[in-house]
Design a binder for this molecule. Structure first.
Ligand SMILES: [Zn+2]
Length: 336
């Protein structure tokens, strides 16, 4: 019988934000002396200390899609350092068996499963939502995110939100162009959702959003045709006024024409699937993170010996850990 302290000595979150999964194997943060740093996905809070890792860590591992997105976010990884790991393929690293599993979060996102030589198994979810994220089972330690770790963080509409979002966009397109505001990754996810829901209006994006969309598309995610905002073709389409423009959240205060309907995608909206926040502004509760119920379901299904809740990144780690201890009867701690 292994004690909790022994489990926690093997898998935890370091002060630097690095999720330690083996000796020399870390994810989403820098650890001096590590052999490999796994990047679960291309979001800034999972890229902390990347400059140091690029200097000191011999290998940077990620899905091929994430590896290709990183230069767009300012991280050029020398080819010799790149260790592409496709979902579901097991790789042996220094005696550890490492496998990435899909995480429904942003294109390219992955969960990490590491099996030690003596059979100890640790799984790290990275960021995820449901449906679409397989639950890792038979774990000694589960390291889980808790962005929405409080019982009030519930979005009961999360299973229908894709249709609701597309319906709203369809209605708004009748009034004028639609401007969609979100972070990188989620913007391309929004493109995929709208195409899947049958929206065929032209998509227009400024250069970084456009380039990430092309990478995502190259890796088989169907976002349809996207026009570069500066191109002649995009300018013609914009004169007609029937199009959807995808841009970064930080541009939400400027740039849209007066006729535009503005749609902000936010995970922090719990009052309903969407609400009007101004004459032409709408907030849609489209998150790329599990809500509270989905986090609880994951832990319930995984039934690990110990849950380590990531307290480095933004979230309600302490509230979530205490809920697991009290209501699921599974040992849970926050880390760091
Ligand atoms: Zn993320």
């Amino acid at each position: 019988m292994t004690s909790l302290a022994e489990l926690l000595a093997r898998a935890y979150v370091a002060e630097s934000g690095a999720v330690v999964l083996g000796e020399g194997i870390v994810a989403d943060g820098h650890m001096p002396g590590a052999l490999v740093r796994i990047v679960t996905h291309a979001h800034v809070d999972h890229l902390v200390g990347m400059r140091e890792s690029l200097r000191e860590t011999p290998f940077i591992a990620a899905t091929p899609l994430t590896l290709e997105m990183l230069p767009e976010l300012g991280y050029r990884i020398p080819r010799a350092k790149q260790l592409p790991l496709a979902h579901h393929i097991e790789t042996e690293l220094m005696g550890y068996r490492v496998k990435l599993l899909p995480a429904n979060h942003i294109p390219g996102a992955a969960q990490v499963l590491v099996e030690w030589e003596d059979g100890f198994r640790v799984g790290y979810t990275g960021d995820f939502k449901q449906p679409g994220t397989p639950v890792m089972k038979d774990l000694d330690v589960l390291v889980i995110e808790a962005t929405y770790g409080r019982p009030e963080h519930r979005r009961p509409w999360s299973m229908e939100i894709e249709y609701i979002f597309a319906d709203l966009v369809r209605d708004l397109l009748v009034k004028g162009p639609v401007y969609i505001y979100a972070y990188h990754g989620k913007l391309q996810e929004a493109m995929r959702i709208l195409r899947e829901q049958g929206i065929d209006a032209p998509f227009i994006a400024p250069s970084k959003v456009y380039r990430i969309a092309l990478i995502v598309k190259k890796h088989g995610i169907d976002v349809g045709e996207v026009l570069l905002a500066e191109s002649r073709e995009a300018k013609e389409v914009m004169r007609d006024g029937w199009y959807i423009y995808f841009t970064h959240m930080m541009n939400r205060r400027n740039g849209a024409p007066p006729t535009a309907q503005r749609v902000i995608l936010s995970g922090w909206e719990f009052s309903g699937p969407y609400r009007q926040a101004g004459t032409r502004t709408w907030i849609v509760s489209l998150s790329d993170h599990a809500d509270f119920d989905q986090l609880v379901e994951y832990v319930q299904e995984a039934k690990p010996k110990l849950v380590v809740v990531d307290a480095y990144r933004e979230g309600s780690s302490e509230a979530f850990a205490s809920y697991i201890r009290r209501h699921l009867g599974i040992p849970a701690v926050t880390s760091p």
